[in-house]
Design a protein around this ligand. Sequence first.
Ligand SMILES: [Zn+2]
Ligand SMILES: [Zn+2]
Length: 269
Amino acid sequence: MSSTYKAVEVSAPGVLRLVERPVTEPGAGQVRLRVEACGVCHSDAATVTGTYKGLTLPRVPGHEVVGRIEALGSGVSRWKIGQRVGVGLIAGEDGVCEPCRRGDMVNCENPVMSGITTDGGYAEVMIAEARGLASIPDELSSAEAAPLLCAGITTYNALRNAGLRGGDLVAVQGIGGLGHLGIQFARHMGFHTVAIGRGSDKEKLAKDLGAHVYIDTAVDDAVALLQRMGGARAVLATAPSGDSMGRLCPVLQSAGNSSWWACRRTRST
Ligand SMILES: [Zn+2]
Ligand SMILES: [Zn+2]
């Protein structure tokens, strides 16, 4: 096995550079992965531009990582060499802060964050905390599984924690990295699924993904149309624009939910 690996690091704000790094051994409680796939998330932009609070460069971005374990650090007992695993954004809690002590690890005040506090998956090799790993089932290819580690879990948990029941009307705003997964989850969870996008070119994709209805905001008034349908029980807002999210609030039925896009808040449970 080569003693070095290739990685793409942010060497300065806005500068991605292909580099060769020495392979290192995982520390206590860590594993070393041979990366098979890594999704590209919009949040990676905060690493690439160097704007994430507390970020130091150089840093390898990437927090939708699937790889095979090739080395175990001391004290790692539940994972095996050769096992395929995933790593998301929140890749290890400190276990001692107030939210952690309440059992709310996803809101840890001092988490290990892939691509931000530690090097992520834009690389052939990644060191990850064993406690932050997810097992990847054989039925999923690595490329299919990778986006589930952030975009998928964000939308899935938003929907399943929104107090919805089968048949409820759910609007999914935005048909991008998160929205294309949110539509599929909403449809398969049995909700009446309304996709909201801009432009007619997204309609076929939205319908193919399972949307019952597509609203094109370039020509239609989404609020008026949804209110005519009786309102939404939840709005899954995936386009990170406060303005476009805020405009949809009136479509919520009483006691409805607005499940905002938030990588950080929705990883666990
Ligand atoms: Zn993300
Ligand atoms: Zn904590």
